[in-house]
Structures are given as structure tokens and as C-alpha cells.
Design a protein around this ligand. Structure first.
Ligand code: F6R
Length: 608
């Protein structure tokens, strides 16, 4: 989704801003622009890829050592040069870049039009530039504060003024914004990779904080205007973790990073030589757990699919009833959340606004919140009572892969941890599951060795337009994730169904040649799945099965089988998803799709 960068220092701003924006490309966008500050502000912005902006900028010399830049993902108004950011006031002396939505912009716009402002774009952002101008009385920070009192919504934005060219003023509310601290120069950005080539020292803006960023000084203010002292934190991951490292796409690299992501997520928590599970930073006590009558899980997209697996793991291992809800639906479908609930929030980015709003709703109703998050210091992590970090490293491709498998790994840890607290599993059972978990990375490695087999299958079937994914129990949760991976990056229509449900209507769509992907990782459901495969075969479907190694008989029913190593059925999703990720990847690559940045999608979804 939209990306913000800013620079103020001694170097030329254009290359720094372009480099930062490049690192934010993965978030998804449809136009890009920069405003270079000084005693006169120059704005350049264009629809299309960053390369379009870079090409225009290369033909002129925009001199200036401070500026702001933006990649826009359209919400209010189509992708166009005019709607691209930065937006300016009528004199062009104030420029703004913004991420999020100003919900009451229509009223403000009407007010400003009455005061004589003319609007040139359809965006909500443009009101910010005019409104700051309306309040401006020689102090940019004060004008921004006045605007903050009037606007509603969720946003991060950065402003520059030609009257105060020594500063960038920026604000964060429910949208990410970080500040990178350098020597005689400072940076702002929506995400850490954008500044990592420049500095490893980062400040995180908290909710409703405002920062005045100058080249030698950064001052942070809280909502009531008081100065806030902040700790820098140092990024310890490598820049190369956010680069492709020889792979054609980030997605393929991240699929291959899964053994490491799973291993790292278990590190120091799941140990063969120590009993139980160690989750150091979790403050949930046995006493608190005893009061919890129900667990709610909230998440979106892939993280929601991980939540479906979590429901079964938690119910089986702890006996506590679990509801799982799509975050944007949470407030409508889970009205019973209360003080006796534990809400588990799952999010790779830690910035998904739907998920954050569900978290706030749960807190408002008195629930304790534990989040499973990948990005350290993200808003969801900071708003939660407890955080269990996955350690997947930066996930850049829009389609989540290592994010998902590391979420599953964290979920199993949490389920075991709660089972230990509650005494709902015996020590032997706990040690058995742990020992199976520790084998997961090498099982994923085994599947990665089948890359060529999957690639040649994808090559053969890349032109299909419909696919059905079928599974039962945990395999249905896997089917949903496999189907989402395929559709989001290859644009092939696909649907996931509980295998037994197909006959209640959807089987009407199965005709000779329809491709069906049947998932069989659950030994207990094997026979029923075989019957469901026979049903679609009888209608002429082509069946690709994904099955555990010991399910040899499936070969006599399906047209092609990809075998996964034998794995404890409870943990099978971590292994079973990998061939489906590779299949989606190769289908999309074969069709010439922009795998890492699929159309209409954004990595971090910061609008509701
Ligand atoms: C799909 C995908 C999305 C995200 C969803 C939630 O591949 O990546 O469905 O899973 O937008 O994102 P996070 O986990 O960052 O909250």
C-alpha cells in the first residue's frame, strides 16, 4: 500500500528518495512522486511504475537536499498523474505525502472550497495540504497540530513547507512510519528496508505522535504536545535479507527461506534437551489462563488461514473452545468477546488495519490480546499485551509464504505452551510433538528438492482458467491457502472447498478437463478423500493430489501425485503448503505475471 519516504541532510535528495521508494515498491502502488524542498518546492509525480518517475527526473536537475517521496495505491480517485502524491496547497508552498484515509475529508473539502480553495485531484490527501495552509501562521508544526484536531481516520503523513525548509513534519496514526537517524542527515519511511542502506538506527513513531525531523535533530511530541524522549533501536538483520540474492523473484527466494524461517522461529523456544516450551516474553500466567473461557483468533488473508489451523491446534491441545474470525468481520461475528476471552491476533506485517481495528475492539471489550507478528515494533505488536514474534525476516513478495509457515510454527509453540500451563497434555505428548516440530525444516527442504517436478507440471497446465482445491479438516484450511496463493499471483480463478461439500452444489462446475487439486495430509480422512477424488474423476476432472509418502494408493486414483515426506498430521500444514506455493509461483511465472507485485494488491493493507 502507499509508501512514504523523506530525506533531509547534506546530499542530493532525489537519488535518496528514489532508492527508498524502490525498496517500498513491494508494498504495491500505481503512481509515484517526489517533492524537493527549499525556498521553492518542486513536485514531480506520475502514474505508473517508479521507473516512469525516475526517467522524468533523470532528464532534469532537481537540486535540493531535502524532500519527500511517495508511492500511491489508489483509494480515492483512479491512478493518475493528478491523483499521485505529493499534493500541494494553492501557492505550492506546502507539500504533503500521505498513507491511509482521512475519513471526514468531504466535510473539510466543502469548508475549504467555501474559503476559496480550488481542488485539482480526487484524493482525500489534497485537503491536508490546503488545511495546513489554512492554519499556517508561521509555524508548520503548530499548523499540523491544528489539522490533527480536526481530521478523522487513520494515517501517516509527512509535510514540508517552503517557509521552513529546514524540517519535515510527520505524523503517525494507525499507519506505519519510522525514522532513520544518520550523521548530519535523517530519513523517514513507511518501512525499515527503505532506509537500511543509509542507517541501521531507527526510531519508531507511536500512535498519534508527531516528529519534527531536521538534519541534525529529531524532536518527538506526543498527542498533547509534550516532548517525548525515545530510544533508538538498531536493526540487526542484513540489507541482503531484503534483496533477491540471485533468485528471479522475492517470492521464490522466500519459499526457499522457509526451512530457516521455521528453524529460527523455534530457536531457543523448542529445545530437545529442555522440557516444555520457553516463550520468555509471554506474561500470560496459569491463573489468567484458568479464567479464559474462549479464545478468539483474528487475522486477514493468509494469516486468517493460519488462524484456521490455530483453532484446531489450540482446541486439540488445550481443550479451550476457539472461534476464528476474519478481522474485518470480527466486530459483527464475535460480539461475545469479553474479559474472560483471550484474543490471538495474527499478522505478518503487524500493520494490517482491519486486524488492528479488531485488536482494538477486543481490548475495548476487556479481552487480553496476544499477537503473533513478524515485524518487530509494528503497531499490532506494540498494542498487544503479549507478542510472540515469528522470525521469518523481511517478507517482501506480496504473496505471503515464509510468513505463513513461520506463523504456523509459532502457533504450535503457543498451543504447546498453553497446554503445559494448563496441564492438558502429558509431558510425553508434549515432547513427542516437539520432536516432530524440530524435524519440520528438513521436511520442507525435501519438498524444495521437488521444485523441477512442480515446475514442469506448472508449465504444462499454465493456460488453465479454473482450479478447485479440495481438502477435509486441516486440509481444507490448506486448500484455502493454496487457492489464495494461486489466484493472487497467477490470476487463475480458483476455489477451495471442503471436499465433502462439493457434491452439495459446486460439483456442477466439474466438467471434463477441470483441474482439481486434492490434498491428503490427514491419515484419518484419507479414505473419505479418496471417495471425493473418485467423484470428480467420474466427471472427467484432472486430479493432482498432494499426499503423504505412505499414501501410495492415491496414485491409482489421481492423475498425478506430489508426495510430501511423512509428517505428524497435526503439523502437516507447514509441510503440505510448500508444493502449492511452488505451483502457484511457477504457474504465475509461466504466464508472465508480475509475481512479486500482483495487480491491485498491496503488501501492507493499511486501509479498512
Ligand atoms: C496473501 C497475503 C495476504 C495477507 C493479509 C494479512 O498472500 O499476504 O492475504 O496475509 O493481507 O497481512 P498481515 O499478515 O500482514 O496482517
Amino acid at each position: 500500500m502507499c509508501g512514504i519516504v523523506g530525506y533531509i541532510g547534506g546530499n542530493q535528495a532525489v537519488p535518496v528518495l528514489l532508492e527508498g521508494l524502490k525498496k517500498l515498491e513491494y508494498r504495491g502502488y500505481d503512481s509515484a512522486g517526489v517533492a524537493i524542498g527549499g525556498s521553492r518546492i518542486c513536485v514531480r509525480k506520475y502514474k505508473g511504475r517508479l521507473s516512469v518517475l525516475a526517467k522524468h527526473l533523470s532528464s532534469e536537475n532537481l537540486d535540493g537536499t531535502m524532500g519527500i517521496g511517495h508511492t500511491r495505491w489508489a483509494t480515492h480517485g483512479e491512478p493518475s498523474d493528478m491523483n499521485a502524491h505529493p499534493h500541494i496547497n494553492k501557492t505550492g508552498g506546502i507539500a504533503v505525502v500521505h498513507n491511509g484515509i482521512i475519513e471526514n475529508y468531504m466535510q473539510i473539502k466543502a469548508f475549504l472550497i467555501e474559503k476559496g480553495c480550488t481542488f485539482v485531484s480526487e484524493t482525500d490527501t489534497e485537503v491536508l495540504a490546503h488545511y495546513i495552509d489554512y492554519f499556517y501562521d508561521g509555524d508548520l508544526t503548530e499548523a499540523v497540530r491544528k489539522v490533527l484536531r480536526e481530521i478523522r481516520g487513520s494515517y501517516a503523513f509527512a509535510v514540508i513547507s517552503d517557509k521552513e525548509p529546514d524540517r519535515i513534519v510527520c505524523v503517525k496514526k494507525e499507519n506505519p512510519l519510522i525514522i532513520g537517524a544518520g550523521e548530519g542527515e535523517n530519513f523517514i519511511a513507511s518501512d525499515i528496508p527503505a532506509v537500511l542502506n543509509q542507517t541501521r538506527n531507527i526510531y519508531l513513531l507511536e500512535e498519534n505522535e508527531l516528529a519534527v525531523v531536521k538534519k541534525d535533530q529529531i524532536i518527538f511530541y506526543n498527542e498533547s504536545g509534550g516532548v517525548v524522549e525515545k530510544e533508538k533501536f538498531e536493526i540487526n538483520w542484513d540489507v541482503s535479507a531484503a534483496e533477491k540474492g540471485g533468485y528471479e523473484h522475492f517470492m521464490l527466494k522466500e519459499i526457499h527461506e522457509q526451512p530457516k524461517a521455521v528453524r529460527d522461529t523455534m530457536y531457543a523456544r523448542v529445545k530437545r534437551e529442555e522440557p516444555g516450551i520457553k516463550l520468555d516474553k509471554i506474561t500470560l500466567t496459569n491463573e489468567m489462563l484458568r479464567k479464559i473461557s474462549r479464545i478468539y483468533i483474528v487475522a486477514c488473508g493468509t494469516a486468517y488461514h493460519a488462524g484456521m489451523v490455530a483453532k484446531q491446534a489450540l482446541e486439540n491441545m488445550t481443550g479451550i473452545p476457539v472461534e476464528v474470525a476474519i478481522a474485518s468481520e470480527f466486530r459483527y461475528v464475535c460480539p461475545t468477546v469479553n474479559r474472560d476471552s483471550l484474543t490471538i491476533v495474527i499478522s505478518q506485517s503487524g500493520e494490517t488495519l482491519d486486524t488492528l481495528m479488531a485488536l482494538k475492539e477486543a481490548k475495548k471489550k476487556g479481552s487480553r490480546v496476544l499477537s503473533i507478528v513478524n515485524v518487530q515494533g509494528s503497531t499490532i505488536a506494540r498494542e498487544s499485551d503479549d507478542v510472540l514474534y515469528t522470525r521469518a525476516g523481511p517478507e517482501i513478495a506480496v504473496a505471503s509464504t515464509k510468513g505463513y509457515t513461520s506463523q504456523l510454527t509459532a502457533i504450535y509453540q503457543l498451543a504447546l505452551y498453553l497446554a503445559c500451563l494448563k496441564g492438558s497434555l502429558s509431558e510425553t505428548e508434549i515432547e513427542e510433538i516437539k520432536s516432530e516440530m524440530l524435524k519440520l525444516p528438513e521436511k520442507i527442504e525435501k519438498i524444495l528438492e521437488k521444485q523441477e517436478e512442480i515446475r514442469s507440471f506448472a508449465k504444462q497446465y499454465a493456460s488453465i482458467e479454473d482450479v478447485f482445491y479440495l481438502g477435509r479438516g486441516l486440509d481444507y484450511a490448506l486448500a484455502l491457502e493454496g487457492s489464495l496463493k494461486l489466484k493472487e499471483i497467477s490470476y487463475i480463478h480458483s476455489e477451495a472447498y471442503p471436499a465433502g461439500e462439493l457434491k452439495h452444489g459446486t460439483i456442477a462446475l466439474i466438467v471434463p478437463g477441470t483441474v482439481v487439486i486434492a490434498i491428503l495430509t490427514q491419515n484419518a480422512l484419507y479414505e473419505k478423500m479418496i471417495s471425493n477424488i473418485r467423484e470428480v474423476k467420474a466427471r472427467g476432472a484432472f486430479v493432482l493430489a498432494i499426499a503423504q509418502e505412505d499414501m501410495g494408493e492415491v496414485e491409482s486414483v489421481a492423475d498425478h501425485v506430489i508426495f510430501i515426506p511423512r509428517v505428524d498430521a497435526r503439523l502437516a500444514p507447514v509441510v503440505g503448503i510448500v508444493p502449492m506455493q511452488l505451483l502457484a509461483y511457477y504457474m504465475a511465472a509461466e504466464r508472465g505475471c508480475d509475481v512479486d507485485k500482483p495487480r491491485n494488491l498491496a503488501k501492507s493493507v493499511t486501509v479498512e
